[in-house]
Design a protein. Structure first.
Length: 504
């Protein structure tokens, strides 16, 4: 009997589903190849905690697979493949980036198997999107389609509770006067000998000048094994999901994780499958352990937004990477690239940047309405902003950040993905957080030494793109509001004189 071809397992394909022989998967007796490429870390200056997490997860998985795996440490993937399989045949699951897909498709001996780790086959999404006209796609319509297709939170032919969308219940500001939300703490893993080895290797690479990182590393905060990821999922569903919904868009200085699941890195490493996450949440609701608004909010993040982003990454094509509808060309400043939170006086931005520096993670509102909003207002190059999010977040991958940042956060596609630019003045941050109180800037001030950089930046942004925003029903009122600003000339002089790269 001929031995089955070896199967190449990428570092974000670490859960059991990626080796399952059914659904077009590899042969059950196929030897497994894993390649740790140092060139990956040389090409981009990643967050140190992200590099640690990825290498720890890969090495833990290799240890689990035992004699079945050949784990190769090489300069490049091609070198690793030559060492592992020579010119022998190879199978590989469809990778998650176009670069990796191009590599495997260039290997004559490689057979690409269907993707795993997502709810909807790509060809089904393509048929759905083409049926929508293919130009301006909306997540809400896709989300409802996925709910129906997978029978998620459904009662007969309609949504559970009679409404598809519980956002109205899930956008509350933080409790007044509360320093913390009071949620049970999230699951945190214990480091192992593998983590010690990874840290020694990263230290040596940096010391030898081979690789450079940003941010801080340790202790590891996110799961690196399937067992840890399942424990994190259980902890969230049983102890934190019930309180997740109402304040999922809020921010607290003393409670950066609040009731968020912290499961994104586990999903994006392939340690968890999206189906098991949403099904566990729905089961909690049906058993009376979590309210519908919290469960719907969580299901929307995974079955709606995460799935939507994955599909758009492939559907929009490589040209999407160059989208720059607003003509933003500014370079990322050094303090931003270095995660130098101490250089920033604006309390909200300093606090969020410090969290990225220290952990490689923040939840979706600091990403969108603090970090992304500031970059949008200052007119920084969207491709550079996208690359920064990719490098600096533990859950950041090309497919994750290209639509999320280019499309939603920076509105560089001009509205193919979202209906409006997501930016605001300081009043929104003040309403949804406790970050403005002790700040040197005042959220209601547009001009002067204590003018909030988000408030002033918002109106300068609206003025800069007034013609476009006036034509958009969702932003026309804000554009018309420029006429009511008596201090607009002074504001514009102030913002034109500000160095776009200066730390606020």
């Amino acid at each position: 009997m001929n031995r089955p071809p070896a199967h190449w397992l990428f570092g974000d394909q670490l859960g059991p589903r990626f080796l399952a022989p059914g659904d077009g998967g590899p042969h059950r007796d196929a030897p497994v190849v894993m390649i740790e490429s140092k060139a990956v870390f040389r090409r981009r200056r990643f967050h140190r905690a992200k590099a640690h997490l990825v290498l720890s997860a890969m090495r833990h998985r290799a240890a689990e697979l035992g004699d079945r795996v050949r784990y190769v440490r090489a300069e490049t993937y091609r070198e690793g493949l030559r060492a592992a399989v020579g010119r022998g045949p190879l199978t590989v699951r469809h990778p998650t980036s176009r670069t990796a897909l191009g590599l495997v498709q260039s290997l004559e001996r490689a057979r690409v198997l269907p993707p795993a780790g997502f709810l909807v086959p790509r060809e089904e999404f393509t048929a759905w999107a083409d049926g929508q006209g293919g130009g301006r796609l909306r997540q809400e319509a896709f989300y409802r389609w996925v709910r129906r297709r997978h029978d998620l939170l459904m009662e007969g032919d309609g949504p559970a509770g009679g409404r598809w969308n519980r956002d109205h219940d899930n956008r509350q500001p933080p409790p007044r006067g509360a320093a913390e939300l009071g949620a049970p703490p999230p699951y945190r893993p214990r480091e192992s000998a593998v983590d010690e080895e990874v840290r020694r290797d990263l230290d040596r690479w940096e010391r030898d000048g081979e690789v450079s990182f940003v941010g801080r590393d340790g202790p590891r905060l996110f799961p690196a094994t399937r067992r840890e990821a399942l424990a994190a999922l259980h902890r969230f569903v049983e102890h934190r999901l019930a309180g997740f919904g109402p304040h999922e868009d809020a921010m607290l200085h003393g409670d950066p994780v609040m009731s968020h699941s912290l499961l994104s890195s586990s999903l994006n490493l392939g340690l968890l499958d999206p189906a098991e996450c949403v099904e566990a949440a729905e089961a909690a609701w049906r058993a009376g352990r979590a309210p519908l608004n919290s469960v719907e909010g969580f299901v929307r993040q995974i079955a709606g937004w995460r799935e939507y982003v994955w599909q758009l990454y492939w559907y929009f094509g490589e040209d999407y990477r160059a989208a720059n509808a607003l003509g933003a060309r500014g370079a990322l400043p050094r303090w931003w690239e270095e995660l130098d939170a101490d250089a920033v006086a604006a309390r909200c931005l300093s606090r969020v940047l410090a969290q990225v520096r220290d952990t490689g993670w923040t939840h979706h509102i600091p990403r969108l309405m603090v970090l992304g909003s500031h970059a949008l207002q200052r007119g920084w190059d969207p491709a550079a902003v996208t690359g920064w999010f990719h490098r600096c977040f533990v859950d950041g991958y090309d497919w994750v950040m290209l639509p999320n940042v280019t499309g939603m956060s920076q509105y560089a596609d001009g509205g193919r993905m979202t209906t409006k630019p997501y930016t605001s003045g300081g009043a929104y941050i003040d309403r949804m957080s406790d970050l403005c109180g002790p700040c040197a800037y005042r959220p209601d001030r547009r001009v002067g030494e204590d003018a909030c950089p988000f408030t002033a930046g918002y109106w300068a942004f609206v003025h800069r793109h007034r013609d476009r925003l006036e034509r958009n029903p969702r932003t026309a009122q804000a554009a018309r509001g420029l006429g009511r600003l008596k201090d607009l000339p002074e504001l514009l002089r102030q913002e034109e004189g500000r160095d776009a790269g200066a730390a606020p």
